[in-house]
Design a protein around this ligand. Structure first.
Ligand SMILES: [Zn+2]
Length: 202
């Protein structure tokens, strides 16, 4: 009881303890992700290993120390890209400063295997609207990919996935007026909106 009161009085401490507990429980975070960078000036090659969480976000992926050999700050870098997990999406959804990519995050999130995860965070009213609008755009991209005539002809589209997504989004049409739809491009609207019974002008 004393400990609980102590924790409640120190929200930052509570938060860091909480993060530590959840991080330890993350199976995905036990896996290490490789980063490799090459100095553009002298060609010095370096490697390091980062956690799933570190590899997931642009701000924690950065590797900005100068080249140990020549002091240059210019590098070419490659990083293993981790799959989206409930943990990483939760960090992203609850912190405006955390982003997976500086732009077009909806394109990165638009993977079929992410559908249920994206929907669960889209429905969570405690997630900021700015983040939920990215999730809505990502779901529209997945639907677009599975409705596009070329993809159907080439065998890249799945009717099962498009039907699943249509049923999901039709139950959530109010989000299209409640949330910002700026990330849903015109070419996506053209294909997706009629299927959902939405007007493209919005
Ligand atoms: Zn160098």
């Amino acid at each position: 009881m004393d400990l609980l009161i102590f924790l409640l009085n120190l929200p930052e401490l509570y938060e860091s303890l909480f993060n530590r507990i959840t991080n330890t429980d993350m199976n995905s975070n036990n896996k290490k992700y490789k980063q490799e960078r090459k100095c553009s000036n002298c060609g010095f090659l370096e490697q390091r290993q980062v956690s799933h969480t570190e590899a997931s976000f642009e701000i924690t992926r950065r590797w900005e120390d100068p080249c140990p050999q020549c002091g240059s700050n210019s590098f070419g870098m490659i990083s293993d890209s981790p799959v989206l997990t409930e943990e990483s999406l939760s960090i992203w959804a609850n912190d405006e400063k955390m982003y997976f990519l500086g732009q077009d995050e909806h394109l990165m999130l638009a993977e079929e295997e992410n559908i249920d995860l994206l929907v669960s965070f889209l429905d969570n009213q405690s997630v900021p609207a700015s983040k939920r609008s990215i999730l809505l755009a990502a779901l529209c991209i997945i639907l677009f990919d599975n409705l596009l005539e070329e993809n159907i002809q080439d065998g890249y589209a799945s009717e099962e996935i498009s039907e699943y997504l249509v049923s999901i989004l039709k139950k959530r049409l109010k989000y299209f007026s409640e949330l910002d739809t700026i990330d849903i491009s015109g070419y996506v609207r053209k294909v997706v909106y009629p299927v959902l019974g939405l007007k493209q002008s919005k």
